[in-house]
Design a protein around this ligand. Structure first.
Ligand SMILES: [Zn+2]
Length: 506
């Protein structure tokens, strides 16, 4: 028995807990409050986050029939509880890392001292490759000595805690059980994608590198990758003062109210203390959703605004009668898929010419560069996923992982990666798998929208209501692959992505 807990109470208090936590994050990250006070929230809801709650969800899961709606709900609640066990035990390690990241400084050989957190920005903004190499040497030495051991310990602990729950044989099997996704299957698809796009990559990479940074493939490191993708040659076509109005107009033209009747609240002005990275905070789902962006100017703002808008509209149009586990939990490949559905509008020639400053003459070179960037990120994420299955899988000794990381990431992207990042450049709990499947789902949804509502579906007033009803309304009840079957009668794959990259590279 589970100490007076019931599923009903777990859902009710669980939703209140998620709302309070989300409000803390929103207030802190939006700069409305100096810091997030998370511990009091965890303390207040202690009774639904302990071993009893885990046991209750485990019993419910085991008692439910495979393929039933009970099993679906129970799987999400058990995943939530299993993750809570880990997050709670890892909290001191996470706090230690956050404190380190806040304080650490990088001492350069020319005597300059820069904040560790600013190194990525400094690397991206530096137009001098010798300077980038100097920053990178100092950064990776510091990371290898101080941050990497902390991160490595964190992953070791996470694997131990998860395996000690004894839900399945090991970490990877537990993840598959709770997420309904085959890691081996996805890993094979990633390896195939890397092979299928190798010739295309070898053809386009040297050109872009030479034109943008004046370098050859043998010389380029990951520090140069940051500078390469920071290139601002198209920023002038994405004016800051038109972004909000232009994108809202487009959303209205496809038949969706961008404010969702006031449920989406836009917080896009400059404010001290606001986090640099844009985010969407669903504080109550679906009735109170914040889209927060601190403007930097240019193309990146448009892309992140679209991405976060996809999340915000998804949350704000979720059916309120869905149980909390479908609204707050579930396969994040789905919400990331909708976010990408919107940010990939930046790869649609018709959309670009109607809503941005690009015209018929400037669009092709912009699209070529967008296609190159897309190919790079997909290859990088495929290599990361393959590497991370070994990190979590336990088949490669911890000491051998840095060499494997360098080998996989360098082979996929040509940029020379550093051993120091083997435990730092990791998305915990296979978030890389969510992104990869979101990418696949996004491309399938786009193809479906084109078939149903034509190439300019994004201004077809019939398309929006369908998106709201068939996609957003369903919250995250379905897995990404179930949704792909339902709406497109198809399986998720990299096929449509390869086709779209080939089109862009022309
Ligand atoms: Zn996202």
């Amino acid at each position: 028995m589970s100490g007076g807990l019931s599923l009903e109470r777990l859902r009710r208090d669980g939703e209140a807990f998620m709302e309070e936590l989300s409000r803390e994050y929103y207030n802190a990250h939006a700069g409305l409050k100096a810091s997030a006070e998370l511990q009091p929230v965890y303390e207040k809801y202690r009774s639904i986050l302990g071993r009893d709650a885990l046991e209750l969800t485990r019993e419910t899961f085991l008692a439910s029939a495979e393929g039933s709606e009970e099993r679906r709900s129970a799987r999400l609640l058990l995943d939530w509880q299993a993750e809570s066990q880990s997050s709670r035990e890892l909290a001191p390690l996470d706090e230690r890392e956050i404190a380190w990241e806040g304080d650490a400084v990088v001492r350069l050989s020319d005597g300059r001292v820069i904040q560790y957190q600013r190194t990525a920005i400094e690397l991206a903004n530096s137009t001098d490759r010798a300077e980038r190499a100097m920053i990178e040497r100092a950064r990776s030495a510091l990371v290898e000595k101080e941050l990497a051991p902390m991160k490595r310990e964190r992953f070791q602990r996470e694997r131990e805690i998860t395996e000690s729950l004894e839900l399945a044989k090991d970490y990877n099997d537990t993840w598959e059980l709770l997420n309904g996704v085959s890691l081996n299957g996805l890993r094979d698809e990633c390896a195939q994608f890397l092979r299928d796009t190798q010739a295309m990559w070898d053809e386009v990479f040297p050109d872009f590198l030479k034109r943008t940074l004046g370098m050859t493939p043998r010389e380029a490191t990951r520090a140069d990758a940051l500078a390469l993708f920071r290139a601002r040659e198209f920023d002038q076509y994405f004016p800051a003062n038109e972004m909000d109005a232009s994108i809202r107009r487009q959303v209205r033209e496809m038949g969706i109210d961008p404010d969702a009747g006031g449920r989406v609240r836009f917080d896009v002005g400059e404010r001290e203390g606001k986090r640099a990275r844009a985010f969407c905070a669903p504080v109550r789902i679906p009735s109170e959703v914040y889209l927060v962006l601190r403007p930097h100017g240019g193309q990146t703002d448009w892309q992140t605004f679209l991405h976060e808008l996809g999340h915000a509209l998804h949350f704000a149009y979720m059916r309120p009668d869905h149980p909390m586990e479908f609204r707050w939990m579930g396969d994040n490949s789905v919400t990331e898929g909708y976010a990408m559905l919107f940010d990939h509008l930046m790869q649609d020639a018709g959309w670009l010419q109607r809503y941005t400053g690009l015209d018929k003459k400037t669009t092709p070179s912009y699209l070529r560069s967008a296609g190159f960037e897309e190919l790079h990120f997909l290859r990088r994420y495929c290599a990361k996923l393959i590497y991370e299955t070994h990190l979590y899988g336990g088949d490669v000794p911890w000491d051998a992982l840095p060499d494997l990381y360098v080998e996989q990431l360098t082979a996929a992207t040509t940029f020379q990666y550093a051993r120091a990042d083997a435990f730092v450049d990791v998305d915990p709990r296979y978030y890389a798998a969510r992104y990869l499947r979101a990418w696949q789902l996004q491309s399938l949804i786009t193809e479906t929208l084109v078939e149903r509502y034509d190439a300019d579906w994004w201004r077809n007033p019939r398309a929006g209501p369908w998106v709201v009803q068939a996609l957003f309304g369903e919250a995250q009840r379905e897995l990404a692959q179930e949704q792909a079957q339902r709406i497109a009668g198809n399986t998720l794959s990299f096929g449509p992505l390869v086709r779209s990259i080939e089109r862009m590279l022309g």
